[in-house]
Design a protein around this ligand. Structure first.
Ligand code: NAD
Ligand code: TYD
Length: 363
């Protein structure tokens, strides 16, 4: 007999990770495989420009790991996957994720983020109902703080009850997908969980986003484009801390709930870029331009650019005991070391398609 105080053994899960070849998704796949080697992990990823199978290469051939290249909007394929694999948990990362691309071409954002999320939710609902609507099933929808809009300088950070006010096609499409995930809990009782996180950084971050873009441009001696006056503020969280937060939400979170995740690290863009230059001057053995600060260039602002994001993460801290472990200084050093030692990862990503995108945004 087991006494109430004794911990029952953990039941292995079969987890479907969508977008697992992207930045946060691949960090999460490694986190999950390291921490739960008894679980089966199935990754579904379309390998768009942002997806990279190399991020998962060390897992190839593991008996508990399967990679499927496919689109979350493809319902027959998604349904077949739920039939083939005994999936009880979904961690849904797949998305179009870059604000600047959403301004150039919003169509893909509505398709993947809204229609794709709906396709996954509805296919999972049928699968869950078919299995007897078991209580241990979970659908984690990974979202962003950008759905809450922009804060004034003295406003309190976003909490789980802050009204939605998305300002870009990216954040509006993520807001739509959050509402669908919420509705599936309220209407069907499906055990969905939603997380809204601030800006992540760390290994495997695609070159177009602020931190990798600045690191790579410093290494190449290219100008460092800072939008507008550089006074916009973002909260930064090291990606490993995000993965730990998502782990506790899956394992201990209450279905139907939303959890905000943040690093408590608000930084102005220009201060962040200066810090990256300072660290690069210290850590990079050779730089085409030194000090790297000479490369900083103020460029035309992003249309509709949100001024400030900040997160009130007290709910996940008090209810689930999660707190970020990494400091900005420590996380940036680790990130820079990673880009310095992984040229073979990022150099091929600066493709013709990438250069054409770069021209459109920065010309
Ligand atoms: P990413 O762009 O690096 O990766 C997205 C992944 O999804 C890629 O591997 C891509 O191939 C895949 N994908 C895109 N469309 C697909 C489709 N139709 N079908 C299947 N796969 C598809 O994104 P990321 O930065 O890792 O973000 C992951 C999730 O976390 C997103 O939902 C994003 O909104 C959210 N988020 C990101 C941040 C951040 O700072 N990056 C912060 C908070 C929340
Ligand atoms: P980004 O990494 O695109 O994340 P998000 O827009 O989702 O917060 O950008 C972070 C901040 O950096 C944002 O305020 C826009 C700014 N930024 C620049 O100033 N220059 C750049 O070249 C990029 C890509 C971003």
């Amino acid at each position: 007999m087991t006494s109430a105080s004794e911990k029952l053994p953990r039941q292995p899960r079969c987890i479907l990770i969508t977008g697992g070849a992207g930045f946060i998704g691949s960090n999460f796949v490694h986190h999950w495989c390291n921490n739960y080697p008894e679980d089966r992990v199935v990754v579904l990823d379309a390998l768009t420009y942002a997806g990279n199978y190399k991020n998962l290469a060390p897992l190839a051939g593991h008996k508990n790991f399967r990679f499927v290249q496919g689109d979350i909007c493809n319902r027959p394929m998604v349904e077949a996957l739920f039939k083939e694999e005994p999936i009880d948990t979904v961690a849904h990362f797949a998305a179009e994720s870059h604000v600047d691309r959403s301004i150039l071409g919003p169509d893909a954002f509505v398709r993947t983020n809204v229609v794709g999320t709906f396709t996954l939710l509805d296919s999972f609902r049928h699968h869950w109902e078919h299995q007897g609507a078991l209580e241990n099933f979970r659908f984690l929808h990974v979202s962003t703080d950008e759905v809450y809009g922009s804060l004034g300088p003295d406003d309190a950070g976003f909490s789980e009850t802050t009204p939605y006010a998305p300002n870009s096609p990216y954040s509006a499409s993520k807001a739509g997908s959050d509402h669908l995930a919420r509705a599936y809990y309220h209407t069907y009782g499906m055990p969905t969980l939603i997380t809204n996180c601030s800006n992540n950084y760390g290994p495997y971050h695609f070159p177009e986003k602020l931190i990798p873009l600045m690191c790579i441009n410093i290494l190449l001696g290219k100008s460092l484009p800072v939008y507008g006056d550089g006074q916009n503020i973002r909260d930064w969280l090291y990606v490993e801390d995000h993965c730990r937060a998502l782990d506790v939400v899956i394992n201990q979170g209450q279905p139907g709930e939303t959890y905000n995740i943040g690093g408590n690290n608000e930084v102005k863009n220009i201060d962040l870029v200066n810090k990256l230059c300072e660290l690069m001057n210290e850590l990079a053995p050779e730089l085409p331009v030194r000090p790297a600060q000479e490369l900083i260039t103020f460029v035309k602002d992003r249309p509709g650019h949100d001024r400030r994001y900040a997160i009130d993460a007290s709910k996940i801290q008090t209810e689930l005991g999660w707190t970020p472990a990494e400091t900005v200084e420590g996380g940036l050093r680790r990130t820079i070391e990673w880009y310095l030692t992984h040229r073979d990862w990022w150099q091929p990503l600066l493709s013709e398609e990438y250069q054409a995108y770069y021209q459109k945004v920065y010309a």
